[in-house]
Design a protein around this ligand. Sequence first.
Ligand SMILES: [Zn+2]
Ligand SMILES: [Zn+2]
Length: 202
Amino acid sequence: MDGHINQSTTHMGGEVNIAPVPEPDRVCMACGIRGHTVRDCVWTSDRGDMPSCPFCETCDHRPEACHSKDLFDADDIWDLFVLKRAGKSQVRTMDSDLIWPNLVRARLERNPDEPPLALNPHSRPFSLDQSRSNPLRFKTHEYGNDPRGLEADPRTADRAELLRDSGLVDDYVMTIVRVEMWEGGRLMPGNITHSYDVVLEL
Ligand SMILES: [Zn+2]
Ligand SMILES: [Zn+2]
């Protein structure tokens, strides 16, 4: 880790800590539990992701639409979308520059010698399986303790493999697009059957 990261979290820009630090006075906007925020939250939506903006720690909008986004630099984005989501579901975004496997790829292009992470964020299907098999797990997760109590997704465990896995990004984006088209009532007639299948699958 570089010197950029420290243990104090500034909530609007600046440094972001990696390990979850207990925040007893704050209530998570995603799961409603006191003591952490959406950045660290282990709860997963019924779409297998974390539908929140980690920049301003709300669930009001996607990160790409955030007015505070420009306060965060590339290292902050790495922290929020990759490090803090290690062993957890990915942040919901359709901005390809914020989708975590793309961030891993970009970082490696900048620094080919960077060692792989011990734990990566989950694929959507793995997050979904995890939350279905133990839907109340988020209620007993101990924030502030060892974050490596989190499980690894075999599909994303190996960096070289995840970078070859184009479905990791493409399947995720297509699923979210289809579900949001369905929910938003903006379906074109030809899409209905296909999108409905996706909704059923969720
Ligand atoms: Zn939470
Ligand atoms: Zn925001």
